[in-house]
Design a protein around this ligand. Structure first.
Ligand code: HEM
Length: 426
């Protein structure tokens, strides 16, 4: 069993990290082996798993748990140092911090409403929202697809599916972006954003009639009546769902448009009725969240011969695990004129079964697999063809290599995607 010297751990986030969708350190870590210890922001240590087989094990190993409070007593840095101020991440009793029966109980209520079959009833609302946003763009010659298209689109859709007024949805998402950012959880701005997000979520809960509608919030409120969820669990899961449904999807749609404007073959497939497969390939090749959520070892264990001590944090680097088999050998994998060192060597096949060794990991795997995947894919598969049909001459105005990307280990999406809307058919 190998022991790693903590003093040689590289820092994950260094200068230049925000300038690249796929920073060099990802491939460097993959070249160094299946598992490597790194320092996150605030010098918090974590193990990063870079390969597919080990990632599959991590997602399903019951000795790796999600609740940081369970390992705080073991001296886990995230569980002891960051936690007291990191309220939504830790105090919140939401899916990402729950294990076992508690997790399954909450997940049953939420997951049912977000399955692809359940979302079929929201497709007309998604179509309408896309139509509104495409028409709003038509009044302009150029636009930022993040601010002017994907953000208002996602707010409109998520408000329907989750059952929260658009104004409150927008408020929670706006403050959620700060909570997910790289700012210190100790700062006054961060604490204020947390307070305002909780206030808006509480208001949404108070306003919602549990007997009126098939949306997620109404289902959670009925679950509370049946003794399945507490009021606190409803509020923190509502905030978590809003955070998950915002930036990753907004960035996925806006970045997807930037990639497709330069990829004639994929754009033809998108417009030729193959949109579901195209957006699945996009999410696989360019994961909007390059890491899994954190997990903590509750006992000493080994990953690929490396000792991981009880209390240690473990993350999967999806961005390399997805293309495991080519990433470590292919030195050209980073060449991409559109997205600046983006991944182009992904061997995954669209729509492949999400089994142990096929399909991609961009939505995770195992019991904590993202419940919002079907909603994200539906929105992108509706929005992107409509955008290119309305604006066949859509072109990037500012190369993505010149815009900052959201940093940290959370959503890794461009802050702006400026396009010229030439070729408008009005
Ligand atoms: C392209 C868009 C999205 C991507 C790439 C994405 C990716 C992910 C990933 C990688 C995880 C962690 C999985 C793990 O560690 O096992 C996750 C978890 C989660 N996501 Fe998403 N997500 C997206 C959209 C959404 C949407 C639309 C929602 C809400 C409607 C959502 C809600 C959640 C929740 C609640 C969890 C925690 C699940 C659990 O722990 O049981 N996500 N997502």
């Amino acid at each position: 069993m190998r022991q790693e010297d903590a003093t040689t751990c590289p820092r994950l986030i260094t200068e230049g990290y925000r300038d690249r969708v796929h920073p060099e350190i990802y491939d460097e870590l993959a070249r160094q082996g299946p598992v490597r210890r790194v320092l996150l922001l605030g010098d918090v240590p974590a193990w990063v798993v870079t390969t597919r087989a080990e990632a599959d094990d991590v997602y399903r190993d019951p000795r790796l748990v999600k609740d940081p409070l369970r390992v705080a007593a073991l001296g886990q840095a995230i569980g002891t140092r960051r936690v007291p101020e990191d309220l939504p991440a830790v105090a919140g009793r939401q899916l990402m911090n729950l294990d076992g029966e508690d997790h399954a109980r909450v997940r049953r209520v939420i997951g049912k409403r977000l399955s692809d079959a359940a979302l079929e009833r929201w497709q007309p609302a998604i179509d309408r929202a896309v139509e509104h946003r495409v028409e709003a763009l038509a009044a302009h010659d150029s636009a930022d697809l993040v601010r002017d298209f994907a953000t208002p689109l996602v707010i409109e859709v998520v408000a329907c599916v989750l059952g929260v007024r658009e104004e409150l949805t927008g408020t929670i998402m706006r403050h959620g972006r700060r909570l997910l950012g790289t700012g210190s959880p100790r700062s006054a701005e961060w604490t204020e954003s947390y307070r305002l997000a909780v206030e808006a979520a509480d208001r949404a809960v108070r306003e919602r009639d549990p007997d009126d509608g098939d949306d997620v919030l109404a289902a959670m409120l009925r679950g509370r009546r049946d003794g399945l969820l507490s009021r606190r669990e409803i509020t923190s899961n509502l905030i978590m769902l809003m955070l998950g449904a915002d930036l990753p999807v907004v960035g996925f749609i806006a970045h997807g448009a930037a990639v497709l404007q330069d990829d004639h073959r994929e754009r033809a497939a998108l417009l030729g009725g193959d949109a579901a497969a195209v957006v699945d390939r996009l999410v696989a090749k360019r994961p909007p969240i390059p890491f899994s959520s954190w997990r903590f070892a509750v006992e000493d264990l080994e990953i690929a011969g490396q000792r991981v001590a009880a209390g240690d944090a473990v993350l999967v680097l999806t961005a390399t695990a997805n293309r495991d088999g080519t990433a470590n050998r292919d030195s050209t994998a980073n060449r991409d004129t559109t997205a600046n060192r983006d991944t182009t060597a992904c061997p995954v096949t669209a729509g492949a079964a999400r089994g142990r060794s096929s399909g991609h990991l961009s939505f995770g795997a195992g019991p904590h697999r993202c419940p919002g995947g079907p909603l994200a894919l539906r929105q992108a598969a509706t929005a992107l063809p409509a955008l290119f049909r309305r604006f066949p001459g859509l072109r990037l105005e500012v190369p993505l290599s010149e815009v900052p990307w959201h940093g940290g280990i959370g959503p890794r999406v461009p802050e702006q995607v400026r396009v010229r809307l030439t070729g408008t058919r009005s």
